[in-house]
Design a protein around this ligand. Structure first.
Ligand code: ADP
Length: 599
């Protein structure tokens, strides 16, 4: 119990700290505003009492009209209090909307920073994606609510404190009864919060599914097939089924919330009426003036209002605490591919990258994607990886980029375990065209420049890279040349063919000055002539850099210095083309199968 409260308070502190970090100035301003707003109702009550009593005195005068000066003054002061309240409410709304917007940005930026820090493996894990979804959905609003609600509790507490002193000065007993009547409201609020939280936990998967279906129905990348296969109404039905269950559950939660709230309010109203009847009797017996009765009634109303505010704040804070754990959980996840505590300096490769007995399995995979693989990639060499689908070639590329770490075995960079090198410095050594390379919905120039983002403005180098990849002419032919956005989704955007996109990805790798280029099926979508032009000039294009090439077209890897043959995650043969043909194994069989088809 104590530890639950502690972790709860911890989460709230965390939320408040986020808010403070986002807008420290506005937090102070809003606290001050709330404090002033809290005492204004008390001033109003006191003025009202004075006004009524002054009026009672005036009515007892011979000439009541001439004795109205005092009550009139109080009436004017009440008006001033009303104006101040209105002005402060307006200012508070303004301040809190600014606070909310900045906070939203701040949290979004934290989520982004963490998202790029975390490993690729996380993004392939459904539980992680649930966590990210929750952080994105709840993360932006909750920290702001913590501060908003805490100030609400403060304000309600100040008002309630003042009112309680006023009421207690008359008689504390009815007051105590009323306070006890507030208790069920808190219990109901806490139960509602627990239910709401548990529901969100349970339904994150369904919410994500609904969001995915929504994307399929509305996004360009699916639009073609959705039409060609007539998937529209089927996907809409699926969306409706998932969403309508969520809607019904939301309504069910709201219903239970409303019933609980209502019942707890009934208790308060009954207690309130009892207290009022008591006050009426007091006035009839002469123990209270009419002014005091009216103030007493006003004070009771304020107390109920303040108590509602405190209850809403406290139970809301309780709920925020539950949800903030999500955000914190996400923002504090440690990357698995870790930075060394003290990175060794990275020297340019002079010998080789050596994989020794590398084994790697994807989470949930039954067979390892790579099993006991040992191979060398020598500096300046062109090394090819070949093998059937699913034999582990792309996985090896990801391990080389240190997107994952092997479960067993290790990778050495000139004898240094890559896990002791700085991660960013190490990854900078590679320019990789992944099989599923990214197609950035940005300008052509950005798409190439992202190969070395520090030189994004090096226009001439970007053109050179495009030229080497054989795509410059195509890009120059677009409406705005290299500045044309490469997506029909964007204004004035253009769409490239699959082969043209591959050449853009290749240009991106060429633009990078990384010493090792890795190309995973870089020409699969290119026409035969373009492909031939690339492989005929392959070494020239690589400009002496180390190259790792994966290709199913074995004619294109024929000239490699070393060819590694993988099968079902194992290295089954190595050597140059002639040696492998002579061995007459898997490589020779694959090579002949392709060659025969061209005869
Ligand atoms: P290749 O590039 O040789 O076609 P991969 O390295 O992509 O093969 O895949 C090797 C094995 O690992 C395959 O069985 C594949 O299904 C599995 N695999 C690849 N990527 C993932 C992933 N992200 N999560 C789980 N399994 C994966």
């Amino acid at each position: 119990m104590i530890s639950a409260v502690k972790s709860h308070l911890g989460a709230l502190r965390y939320g408040a700290a986020l808010m403070w970090a986002a807008t420290p100035g506005l937090v102070v301003v809003s606290f001050v505003l709330q404090a002033v707003q809290a005492v204004l109702p008390l001033a109003g009550l006191l003025l009202l009492r004075e006004l009524i009593d002054a009026l009672t005195v005036a009515l007892g005068q011979v000439d009541p009209a001439s004795a109205l000066a005092a009550p009139t003054q109080y009436a004017i002061l009440l008006g001033v209090v009303g104006l101040c309240t209105a002005a402060l409410t307006a200012i508070s709304t303004y301040v809190s909307s600014g606070q909310g917007a900045w906070l939203n940005l701040h949290v979004q930026e934290l989520v982004h920073a963490q998202s790029v820090r975390l490993d690729l493996a996380y993004f392939e894990n459904p539980a992680f994606n649930d966590s990210l979804h929750r952080a994105q959905r709840q993360g932006a609003s909750r920290p702001g609510q913590v501060v908003g609600r805490a100030t609400g509790v403060l304000r309600g507490g100040l008002t309630a404190g003042g009112v309680i002193v006023l009421l207690a000065s008359v008689d504390p007993v009815p007051l105590l009864i009323l306070m006890v009547a507030f208790a069920p409201g808190y219990l109901v609020g806490i139960r509602n919060a627990n239910r709401n939280y548990a529901w969100h936990e349970r339904r994150t998967g369904a919410e994500r599914l609904a969001a995915t279906l929504d994307q399929m129905l509305t996004q360009l990348s699916f639009a073609k097939e959705v039409r060609a296969y007539g998937l529209g109404s089927h996907l809409r039905d699926r969306f409706h089924t998932v969403r309508s269950v969520l809607v019904e559950e939301t309504i069910g939660l709201a219903r239970r919330r409303a019933v609980g709230d209502l019942l707890s309010q009934v208790v308060v109203v009954v207690a309130l009426i009892g207290t009022l009847v008591w006050a009426l009797r007091q006035t009839a017996g002469g123990a209270m003036t009419v002014g005091e009765l009216i103030m007493y009634y006003g004070a009771l109303q304020r107390l109920v209002g303040a108590s509602r505010q405190i209850r809403g704040g406290v139970t809301g804070l309780y709920e925020d605490g539950l949800f903030l754990r999500h955000l914190r959980e996400y923002l504090e996840m440690p990357p698995e591919v870790a930075e060394p505590t003290e990175a060794l300096p990275l020297a340019p490769l002079i010998g080789q990258i050596r994989l020794s007995n590398v084994t790697f399995s994807y989470p949930g995979g039954t067979e390892p994607a790579l099993a006991d693989v040992s191979l060398d990639i020598g500096e300046g060499e062109v090394v090819a990886l070949v093998g059937p689908n699913g034999s582990g070639k792309s996985t090896l590329v990801k391990l080389l980029n240190r997107l994952y770490d092997p479960a067993d075995g290790n990778v050495h960079w000139d004898g240094v375990d890559i896990r002791s090198l700085g991660l960013a410095a190490y990854r900078d050594q590679f320019a990789t065209v992944f099989q599923d390379f990214a197609r950035y919905p940005m300008s052509a120039s950005d798409n190439i420049g992202f190969g070395d983002v520090d030189r994004l403005a090096a226009r001439e180098d970007i053109r050179q890279a495009a030229k080497r990849a054989g795509v410059l002419e195509t890009l120059d032919g677009l409406a705005n040349g290299l500045d044309t956005p490469l997506s029909r989704w964007l204004h004035d955007g253009a769409e490239l063919s699959g082969g043209e996109w591959q050449r853009v990805a290749l240009a991106r790798a060429f633009f990078s000055d990384a010493p090792i280029v890795i190309l995973d099926e870089p020409t699969a979508a290119m026409d035969a002539l373009v492909e031939a032009s690339i492989f005929d000039r392959f070494r020239e294009l690589m400009q002496g850099r180390t190259a790792v090439l994966i290709s199913h077209r074995l004619a294109s890897v024929r000239g490699a210095d070393r060819i590694y043959v993988l099968d079902a995650g194992r290295l089954v043969a190595a050597g140059d083309h002639d040696a492998l043909m002579e061995q007459d194994g898997l490589y020779a069989a694959m090579f002949r199968a392709q060659a025969d088809r061209y005869r």
